[in-house]
Design a protein around this ligand. Structure first.
Ligand SMILES: NC(=O)c1ccc[n+]([C@@H]2O[C@H](COP(=O)([O-])OP(=O)(O)OC[C@H]3O[C@@H](n4cnc5c(N)ncnc54)[C@H](O)[C@@H]3O)[C@@H](O)[C@H]2O)c1
Ligand SMILES: O=C(O)C1=N[C@H](C(=O)O)CCC1
Length: 256
């Protein structure tokens, strides 16, 4: 863990990266190597030995929804803090992780569906807007190599909107559609329709659309480059050291 060395200098945070040869993992490796207060101690991808990570203070996971829980169990059992960008976190998974962390109360895990500042702000603005509009829908647009749909960000956004509406005593918005082709109205996430677009050329984009009497409001965020996620990831690495337990969402770290 970061602290003072014998000569009074700050020691860097030792970081290990899981998924290091992937699109995000490779970017995280570059970002950690460029951070003055961090040192990269391990870069691990499929088929590599995870034991290399045990010298780290913090592991960063950008792998696959099918791999992340096993990686997290390894991190917790090894006494490593974790910052997780991988998607696929159901309530059940969060419950399982919370159980593991109860055995290691000194450890921190930060899971963030989206590490881009603008995406976190868009989520907060959507949360604020939700109770003022009858209806809301989410459109997420991503590169065509993405494994999951809808995106973790869109799923989280829909749930946050649904919760804000429920707290305001509102029902899910209605429409008159009674006949539709399968999928034409998107996925129903907690009563909010979520639509997924996959195209080469895209990175990560989200539109949150609200409709009310005689008006609409559109909140849009665009990640044009994966470097957009890096300030949030580095912030998460620093923050997780002093945040024991599970933190869900970068908004908690930014104290929005
Ligand atoms: N939270 C965010 O801000 C954010 C941003 C971008 C992507 N993501 C998410 O991050 C994840 C990865 O995205 P990507 O575009 O980098 O995918 P990718 O396919 O380019 O990279 C994933 C890498 O993980 C490796 N991997 C798979 N299983 C592994 C295991 N068990 N151990 C070690 N490495 C393993 C793969 O070999 C691959 O190199 C996805 O879930 C994606 O949705 C989140
Ligand atoms: O490129 C991806 O894959 C992304 N995944 C996250 C999600 O599913 O929300 C964040 C944005 C990029």
């Amino acid at each position: 863990m970061t602290g003072m060395s014998d000569n009074g200098e700050e020691t860097p945070i030792k970081v290990g990266v899981l998924g290091s040869r992937g699109r995000m993992g490779a970017e995280v490796v570059r970002a950690v190597e460029g951070a003055a207060d961090m040192t990269l101690v391990a870069a691990v991808d499929s088929g590599d030995d995870r034991a290399a990570l045990t010298s780290a203070d913090v592991v960063v996971d950008f792998t696959h929804p099918d791999a992340v829980m096993d990686n997290l169990r390894f991190a917790v059992e090894s006494g490593l803090h974790a910052v997780v960008g991988t998607t696929g976190f159901t309530e059940e998974r969060v419950g399982t992780l919370t159980g593991w962390l109860a055995e290691k109360p000194e450890l921190g895990v930060l899971i963030a569906p989206n590490f881009a500042l603008g995406a976190v702000l868009a989520l907060r603005f959507a949360q604020q807007a939700a109770r003022f509009y009858d209806s809301a829908e989410v459109v997420e647009l991503h590169h065509n190599r993405k494994a999951d749909a809808p995106s973790g960000t869109a799923e989280h956004t829909a749930r946050v909107i649904a919760r804000a509406r429920a707290e305001a005593g509102m029902e899910p918005g209605e429409d008159a559609t009674t006949s539709e082709r399968d999928g034409a109205r998107g996925a129903d996430v907690a009563g909010v329709r979520v639509h997924s677009v996959r195209l080469p050329g895209l990175v990560a984009h989200e539109e949150i659309l609200f409709g009310g009497q005689g008006e609409t409001l559109t909140i849009r965020h665009d990640s044009l480059d994966r470097t957009s996620f890096m300030p949030g990831v580095l912030l998460g690495v620093r923050a997780v050291l002093t945040r024991p337990g599970l933190t869900f969402g970068l908004d908690r770290v930014l104290d929005l």
